[in-house]
Design a protein around this ligand. Structure first.
Ligand code: FUB
Length: 479
């Protein structure tokens, strides 16, 4: 792992030089990638960092399990894991932080990549973290719900053998019911999980990462063998039709690519297929992805360091739609700011959590025991954009929102189709008795609303300085 850190830092520096200087290029790169943030859809969450996205589909909903980067440190300093969900692939609901390092008594640091899977109505979230013995281990938390609460299933790691390679678990249950857990940095390993999903049978198997199987490995590089790729870390194991796939972080020019291998069996032999996603000047050395089908489409999740304030240690989840080739191979996929097309609509006549949004600026996400997750720290000129809101022909006449403000002066404005679009409702907030004392406020609409719109919930205020917190926001609905 020391080697990993050194290697990463070395290449990070190279990459940073390549991309960061002159600063203009980076600014241009980010602007070009995001386009105008009004149009942008990637990264899927902007209120915080969310690296190492691991998708899971359950009951018609796409869930994405991520880490949480804390930029400002010279390493992957991470302390918690997050969950998001979507039913339309453009609006994402933030479910906050169901587990942290404290959830695992044996864990000390480095809350790194993880993946969750459902079996018999229980959800198993495989995580990796640094142990008190100072190596990396894989653990598992269990819950009755995809969003928690989760609890350490074992009170000790599931995979722990003193190695620094024990990171990035990925799990798949095969058609015959046999579950496989793969993981590994520098090398690729697997065990056969027992039906309880929290124990395994047999030995830990090591998978050869040759030029033929995974495009090569670190040893090839050390020997000076010319490779275009190699297995680095971040495996993502799954089966589709009769093919088994292993996507992983490979090595691109100046940073990690997403590469893949295929096999006719869950345990290999693997055949290297090439790169799906080259490192495309994402301002992050790593890439870490997941692939999944949802509502008849195929999606690849990955991360970049392009969110303002981000970088190699401030990464955020993105997603693209793609189609498999007829023979089951995966085409090369480009990163975009637009992301996928919507595959659903949002009903404004039901309670909509404020933390369900397609894009946000100048706000954060918080949670407490009373209301759960909510949008916090709304600041002047910030907003939430909610896409594909279908008012139908009912002629919505009023708008209600649950808001909290420790001091008055904040205004919540509801606009249609852009931050400068028609103002349809406005709530002038008094003090509610505290920043977590939520109250319901209602505003009549300036004119009835029908049809499909993007709704902008804009943060305004009376004579307020830009940095001041305006209000916290729990949920909204039209009537
Ligand atoms: O997020 C920390 C580590 O960086 C992950 O475990 C790796 O896959 C890489 O993304």
């Amino acid at each position: 792992m020391t080697m990993k850190k050194q290697t990463k830092n070395k290449i990070d520096c190279f990459f940073t030089k390549l991309v960061d200087s002159p600063k203009l290029i980076l600014t241009f790169g980010i602007a070009a990638f995001f386009g105008s943030s009004i149009q942008a859809q990637n990264p899927i969450v902007q209120a915080h960092f969310a690296p190492d996205p691991a998708p899971m589909v359950y009951h018609d909903t796409m869930y994405v399990y991520t880490g949480d980067d804390i930029p400002g440190f010279d390493f992957y300093y991470m302390t918690k894991w997050r969950v998001l969900s979507s039913t339309d692939m453009v609006n994402w609901t933030d479910h906050g932080v169901p587990i942290t390092l404290e959830s695992f008594e044996w864990a000390r640091d480095r809350a790194w990549a993880a993946q969750c899977i459902e079996r018999n109505g229980k959800f198993y979230w495989y995580i990796c973290a640094q142990t008190v013995e100072n190596n990396m281990a894989v653990g598992v938390a269990v819950s009755d719900s995809p969003t928690g609460p989760f609890k350490d299933a074992l009170g000790k790691p599931l995979i722990s053998n003193g190695s620094w390679s024990n990171i990035d678990p990925t799990v798949w249950i095969d058609d015959d019911g046999q579950a496989y857990l793969y993981w590994g940095n520098g090398g690729l390993f697997y065990v056969k999980l027992n039906e309880d999903m929290v124990s395994y049978s047999g030995d830990i198997e090591s998978v050869p990462t040759t030029v033929e199987t995974f495009g090569g490995n670190r040893e090839n590089r050390k020997l000076g063998i010319e490779n275009k790729d190699m297995y680095v870390e971040g495996p993502w194991f799954y089966k589709r039709n009769s093919n088994y796939y292993m996507m992983y972080a490979g090595m691109g020019k100046g940073g990690e690519s997403l590469s893949y291998s295929m096999s006719e069996s869950p345990v290999g032999p693997w055949k290297y297929q090439g790169k799906i996603m080259e490192n495309q000047k994402t301002n992050s050395f790593t890439n870490h992805g997941g692939i999944i089908d949802y509502k008849g489409n195929s999606y690849i999740f990955y991360h970049t360091g392009l969110l303002p304030g981000g970088g190699s240690y401030g990464r955020a989840a993105c997603v693209e739609q793609f189609a498999y080739n007829a023979d089951g191979t995966i085409p090369s996929v480009n990163m975009s700011s637009e992301g996928p097309q919507p595959v659903g609509e949002l009903n404004p006549y039901q309670r909509v959590e404020a933390e369900t949004m397609a894009w946000s600026e100048k706000c954060a996400i918080a949670q407490n025991d009373q209301v759960g997750v909510y949008v916090s720290d709304a600041r002047l000129k910030g907003y939430l954009k909610v896409r594909e809101v279908n008012f139908g022909n009912k002629q919505a006449k009023s708008f209600s929102a649950s808001l909290a403000a420790g001091v008055d002066g904040g205004i919540l404005e509801v606009r249609l189709d852009s931050v400068a679009g028609p103002l349809v409702a406005s709530i002038d907030l008094p003090r509610t008795g505290g920043w977590e004392k939520f109250q319901l406020f209602t505003s009549e609409l300036t004119s009835p609303v029908t049809g499909k719109h993007d709704v902008y919930l804009c943060f305004n205020g009376h004579n307020i300085t830009a940095g001041r917190e305006l209000f916290n926001f729990d949920w909204w609905k039209f009537e």
